[in-house]
Structure formats: C-alpha cells, structure tokens
Design a protein. Structure first.
Length: 187
C-alpha cells in the first residue's frame, strides 16, 4: 500500500530525479511553456510552484534558496523580475497542465506545462474553437429570421458569397481554357 507516499519516482534514482526536476523547472521558467509527459509535468508543477512562491519575497536568502535549484543566473533574474511581476498577485496555482494525448512513438501521455499568465494554450484553443461555432450559429439564426429584415451583416455576407461565386466562375473558365490549350497541343 502507498499510504502517505508523496510524489512519483519517474523510473529514476533520487539524484537523477532531482536533476530532471531542476532542468524541467529551469526550462519552464526560461521558455514559459514546455512539452513533456503528464507525470513529469505534474511533478515539475509541485517542484516549481514553491520556488515561485519563495521568489515573491525578493531577499538575498530567497534568491539563494531559488538559485540552489535553478542553476541559470539569467533565469533566476527573470524569475525575480518579470515572472514575479506578472504572477505576484496570485495566491498559488502559477502553472497549468494541458493534456495533449499520446506520443506516437511509445504511447506516453503528453502534456504542456505552462505558466498561467504567459502565452496560454487554452486561450488560443478557445478562440479557434469559438470562431467556427460562432459562424455556424449566426448562419442558423439568419435563416430563422424573416427575410424582410436586412442587416449590414447579411449584406456583407451576400457580397462575400457573390465574390466567391465570381472567383469560382473565373477559376472554372481558367481551368477550361487550360484544358482546351492542352487538347490543342496534343493535336
């Protein structure tokens, strides 16, 4: 039984595991977003969040504590400067794990670990999903509306449809001309 056993071993010795978590944390703070396995992402989250909390107190002792784990001096400066400014008001939850699915090679579950206030994956994902759905719903609503009422959106949509029809006709005529040219060349 694993009662009160904290953490994942990640199939590594203690020293190798610590080195892995340190390097993943450094990469996360440097690039603001990393792609790794779900298990490593969840372990890195528990490793890096206390470091960010410690960095809120900008003192020599706090810098030394963080520098014990983050070996890159530029990343430590960035953590105490830029990152703490953006994340400083949060009480916790500085990172986000977004699951991606399995890796093609070995089937490992992959995830993106990112800092919450930097380059969010989920915001881009929501925007890309919301736009096509919005178009479908507006078209459905427009078809339900009486045709007597004409709005600017309908006029713009009608113009776009007409333009696409004209472009399609032009493309068809060009393709017909090219096929006729090819026939003449064969003769």
């Amino acid at each position: 039984m694993r009662h009160r056993v904290k953490g994942r071993k990640l199939s590594r010795t203690a020293s190798h595991r610590l080195a892995t978590l340190r390097s993943l944390s450094t990469a996360l703070l440097k690039h603001k977003k990393i792609k790794t396995t779900v298990a490593k992402a969840k372990e890195t989250r528990t490793f890096v969040e206390p470091l960010i909390t410690k960095a809120k107190d900008d003192s020599v002792a706090a810098r030394r504590h963080v520098a014990r784990h983050i070996k890159d001096k530029e990343v430590v400066k960035e953590l105490f400067g830029e990152i703490v400014e953006k994340i400083g008001d949060r009480a916790g939850g500085y990172t986000r794990v977004v699951k991606l699915g399995s890796r093609p090679g070995d089937g490992a579950d992959m995830a993106i670990l990112e800092l919450v206030d930097f380059n969010s994956v989920t915001d881009k994902k929501v925007k890309t999903e919301a736009e096509p759905k919005a178009e479908k719903t507006t078209k459905a609503k427009k078809s339900e509306q009486p045709k007597a009422k004409v709005k600017e959106e309908d006029v713009v949509e009608a113009e776009v449809i007409e333009e696409t029809k004209e472009e399609t006709k032009a493309e068809e005529s060009v393709s017909e001309e090219t096929t006729e040219d090819k026939k003449e060349e064969k003769k």
